[in-house]
Write a protein that binds this ligand. Structure first.
Ligand code: GLA
Length: 666
């Protein structure tokens, strides 16, 4: 059980402090009517709970929690520390964050705190303690929600306090100034320090900043916020040892190393806001959901999503009928044990007054309310899938340190190589084929997988390389991998550094392609599955990136064709390990070959736009198109949504879904 509530969770952020108390009874009644069983409460309520230093006003929250409990609704109770109140900021202006140019930010929004501020941390921990003292025994309490979307607005602060904290962190990491000088390569551009006290955060400087300094800064910022989370968690653990603690992640957020964060969480929760205006957004969403499931290798919780439009894009497209349901089912399909929303009642004021909600401005007469009721019914029908897991034969290796290194500004061969694009290059066709995928951090034991794909491992340590070599199975490594060590220093002999023996190649030069330019890649006949070679030699088109590769002891699978790299190896293979030195628009010939070779089977054969996943003995089929899709079920079963037995060939309506309890598999 993910929290103290059995089955699937359904509900959303509830901000009763924004409404007169007369409204609350209606809220609770309608929540119960819709089947809501959990509400996230008090996320931004610090200024209402502690209106003056150390003076608490819990009365209103007592009444809210009692009311929820009386209606059978549990609370994901926030520690309320996401936005410090005005008095704290006025008494301690130094607790507000400072940007890279040295401007101290003002009060008037949210997340106004310096992550390193001892004042912020002490007050946050004090409030968390007061909340746990007050509500630790409340029967509505199902889980703790610490902070909110760490790094959403405030990832970093460049103030003096942060500088001192950064120096302590650096001393711990590098030992002394000599260690730091060596790691950062400060002999370059005359940056040799004689004391760590001379080091500052990477504030605005005349030119590009030392990439070693930037990489450590990224690590530090992730760690500094994690310390904030852990400080509150320690208090909650002490006072309420049995109540699970989470903080809501933000999918593939670049700022925080969620592999590290997930270790500190009792359960992983995520906020996801795919853009309804983007017909392909469900693919990137599926990737981030698979990441969430992989972080702790067990069910997670979609803690926020939008019933329809958000309010923070330049243009905020609503979700057409059926899409809210489909997107919700997608989260379940990828291992979430519930569907929660931002927010319960649509706001009357503030920056989010046009953000959709489960209960829209138009009330129960509005079309959105029908969607809310329908989803409540669906979730009741799906109750039995809670807790089921996903078995994947394919792993994609991904780590934040490579992302940070790869995306450092103004010092790379090309700033067009983005790790998310690289991930999607491989993830998209796997997803289209209905192949289940786990994500794994660099260095993890991969022995359970039949196929491992490393779209990029720019930052590759000896340990990372050892884990890949120890895996020994079918492996595909993408371009610009094995380039630097943990300090962002180029490996001796150049790329792919510690992967050289495994891949059997050396990269002599990176050959980034200008925008709009393509590079043809010709597969060597016989190197791919015969079917893909029909009608002549298959060619791939690469964009963005290519490399001048020298083969050491690998076989050439494909060569560059035309241009300066004409005839040089583009894709190679040594034993089970393939190296792809470019970024093909379409990797399917390589992928299909690897899938066939390893016998990795899709969950179900699906037409384009239909997503197929498995959880335990349940098959999810989601039609993301607006057209009916015809497909053959791999097995007979009972559709939990339509409550019908299905078998053989079926037609799945546009934006509709099936969740099949497969016969004989339960
Ligand atoms: C995030 C925040 C919420 C709200 C939503 C709006 O998820 O956590 O408080 O602002 O965005 O989409």
């Amino acid at each position: 059980m993910l929290t103290r509530v059995p089955g699937l969770l359904f509900g959303g952020d509830y901000n009763p402090e924004q409404w007169p108390e007369e409204v609350w009874a209606e809220d609770a009644r309608l929540m119960a009517e819709a089947g809501v069983n959990m509400a996230t409460v008090a996320v931004f309520a610090w200024s209402r709970l502690e209106p003056r230093p150390g003076e608490y006003d819990f009365g209103w929250l007592d009444r809210v929690l009692d009311l929820l409990h009386a209606h059978g609704i549990a609370a994901d109770l926030a520690t309320a520390t996401a936005t410090p109140p005005p008095w704290l900021v006025r008494d301690h202006p130094e607790a507000m964050p400072v940007d890279a140019a040295g401007t101290r930010l003002e009060f008037g929004s949210r997340q106004g705190y310096c992550p390193s501020s001892p004042i912020y941390r002490a007050h946050a921990v004090r409030l968390a303690r007061a909340m746990a003292d007050r509500y630790g025994g409340h029967p509505a309490l199902a889980m703790w929600h610490v902070g909110n979307e760490y790094a959403d607005h405030t990832l970093e602060c460049f103030c003096e306090e942060s500088a001192r904290h950064f120096r302590r962190w650096l001393t711990e990491r590098h030992g002394d100034v000599a260690g730091l000088n060596a790691a950062w390569g400060t002999s370059c551009w005359g940056q040799h320090y004689t004391s760590i006290d001379q080091v500052n955060p990477p504030r605005k400087a005349p030119g590009p900043i030392n990439p070693g300094q930037l990489l450590d800064w990224r690590r530090f910022c992730s760690d500094a916020l994690l310390e904030c989370f852990e400080a509150e968690k320690a208090v909650l653990r002490e006072l309420t040892p049995d109540v699970p603690v989470t903080t809501n992640f933000m999918s593939l957020l670049p700022g925080l190393d969620y592999w590290r964060w997930a270790e500190a969480e009792d359960l992983v929760s995520d906020d996801a806001y795919p853009d309804p205006a983007d017909p392909a957004s469900h693919v990137a969403t599926a990737l981030s959901y698979d990441l969430m499931r992989s972080l702790k290798r067990r069910p997670w919780l979609l803690l926020e999503s939008a019933p329809s439009a958000v309010s923070w894009r330049e243009v905020n497209a609503p979700k057409p009928p059926g899409v809210m349901r489909l997107h919700s089912l997608q989260a379940l399909a990828h291992g979430s044990d519930g569907v929660m929303f931002f927010q319960w009642r649509q706001a009357k004021y503030g920056p989010e007054k046009f953000h959709s909600a489960l209960l829209p401005h138009g009330g129960t007469a509005a079309r959105g309310w029908r969607d809310t009721l329908r989803l409540g019914d669906d979730l009741r029908n799906l109750h039995e899938i809670a807790g089921t897991g996903t078995d994947a034969d394919v792993a994609i290796v991904f780590g934040w340190e490579s992302l940070w290194g790869l995306e450092a500004p103004e010092s790379m061969p090309s700033d067009r190589l983005r790790l998310k694009d690289l991930l999607l290059t491989w993830y998209r066709p796997l997803h289209e084929r209905g192949v289940a995928v786990d994500l794994a951090p660099p260095g993890r034991d991969l022995s359970g997988y039949r196929l491992v794909i490393v779209p990029n491992l720019y930052l590759c340590t000896e340990e990372h390389a050892k884990a890949l070599a120890a895996y020994g199975g079918r492996l595909i490594v993408g371009p610009f991998s094995g380039v630097v060590d943990a300090a962002d220093q180029v490996h001796e002999g150049g790329a792919p550094g510690p992967l050289r023996d495994l891949l059997g190649v050396a990269v002599d030069e990176f050959w980034p392609l200008p925008d709009g330019e393509t590079q043809s890649v010709r597969l060597v006949p016989g190197a791919v599955r015969p079917g893909t070679a029909e009608g002549g030699e298959p060619r791939l088109t690469a964009r963005t990136w290519a490399e001048w590769v020298r083969v050491l002891d690998a076989e050439v699978v494909a060569r560059y064709e035309g241009g300066e790299l004409d005839g040089l190896p583009a894709i190679t293979r040594k034993g089970g390990a393939t190296y792809v030195s470019c970024l093909p628009e379409d990797v399917t010939p390589i992928l299909d070959h690897a899938l066939a070779e390893t016998g990795v089977a899709p969950v179900a054969a699906v037409p384009p736009g239909v997503e197929a996943t498995r959880r335990g003995g349940y098959l999810f089929l989601l039609n993301h198109t607006t057209e009916p899709a015809r497909l053959a079920l791999p097995a007979a079963g009972f559709d939990l949504l339509s409550r019908r037995r299905l078998d053989g060939e079926i037609v799945l309506a546009g934006r509709d879904a099936i969740v099949l309890r497969i016969e004989g598999e339960k």
